[in-house]
Ligand binder design. Structure first.
Ligand code: AMP
Length: 289
């Protein structure tokens, strides 16, 4: 079922399903296999899946990026038709309807909003949680599905749920990649073929250092990865950090590595005005440096 009307219409249909388990996949459309992997998982685990398509203006710190964001509704609906069942819902709200549901959201993201994506995209995460919070209130899902591609976003959503005490389980789903390793993203369709091919180096360079065999210092790992990617000439790294999975504190030296903790290398790079992000888990053998 495709719902494009006011939120009240969605709510009345949603309320008929109180006895069913509801899985929710929020998206901004321009769907690809990454999104579909979340949708498939939700359909496997829930009676009803709700997929929302809403290009959230509140999360774009760059107005040009919002204008250029790909919009492919017809193709999206065709893809969803293949994976959704009769009872599932595609919810395509209008911005005015969503913003009319807005209320005060008392969430302090603290450090999470000051590093990496938070530092480089001011206002992005407050914009994300503003809308996801409204959508959670409308959909009332038992489970919500998010991709590990947006690794920091996952932590932000978990923090919002913790502080607002919403009853939603967050299910994190693995990154789906193009054949050359580039993490699938709606923005990839804006890359020219040469840049799209070269962009495979982002994940290839992360992979090179993620096994315990590498005993290089954090600074050397960063320098080597950044210079390998920047050497392509078509890509420019914005940041590279290796952060503790839970605290999101960046590692400065290997001596800060704590046994039993997990670390993720996170990267953002520009191809012209197109911003790409990726991450992967790093396993460290504990040595000084
Ligand atoms: P977006 O439409 O970009 O807001 O993404 C909607 C959801 O799909 C988010 O939870 C993303 O993390 C997830 N997603 C986007 N790309 C991928 C990917 N390549 N693999 C897995 N999940 C993804």
């Amino acid at each position: 079922m495709i719902l494009t009307g006011p939120c009240a219409e969605f709510i009345s249909i949603r309320n008929k399903h109180d006895s069913h388990s509801i899985g929710f996949v929020p998206t901004m459309g321009a769907l690809h296999e990454g999104h579909l992997s979340l949708v498939r998982k939700s359909t496997e685990e829930n009676d009803i899946t709700v997929v929302s398509i809403f290009v959230n203006p509140a999360q774009f710190n760059d107005p040009e990026d919002l204008i250029k964001y790909p919009r492919t509704l017809d193709a999206d609906l065709k893809m969803l038709e293949e994976v959704l069942g009769d009872k599932d819902i595609v919810f395509i709200p209008k911005a005015d309807d969503i913003f009319s549901e807005e209320r005060d959201l008392n969430v302090n993201l603290g450090h999470l909003d000051n590093i990496m994506e938070g530092e480089h995209r001011k206002g992005h995460f407050p914009g994300v949680i503003k809308i996801v919070n409204i959508l959670f209130d409308l959909v009332k899902p038992g489970r919500a599905y998010f991709g590990q591609k947006d690794f920091q976003q996952l932590a932000v959503i978990r923090e919002m749920i913790k502080q607002t005490k919403q009853q939603v389980s967050v299910i994190s789903c693995p990154v789906i990649r193009e054949p050359n390793g580039l993490a699938m993203s709606s923005r990839n369709s804006r890359l020219d073929p040469h840049t799209r091919k070269m962009a495979g180096i982002i994940y290839a360079s992360l992979k090179k250092y993620r096994e315990p065999a590498s005993s290089k210092t954090i600074d050397i790992i960063r320098d080597e990865i950044v210079s390998e990617i920047n050497k392509t000439k078509v890509l420019r790294v914005e940041y590279f950090e290796i952060v503790d999975e839970l605290s999101f504190i960046p590692l400065k030296t290997r001596s800060e590595i704590m046994p039993g903790h997990r670390y993720y290398a996170c990267i953002a790079a520009f191809a012209g005005d197109i911003r790409l992000i990726d991450n992967t888990m790093f396993s460290f053998s504990i040595t000084k440096g």
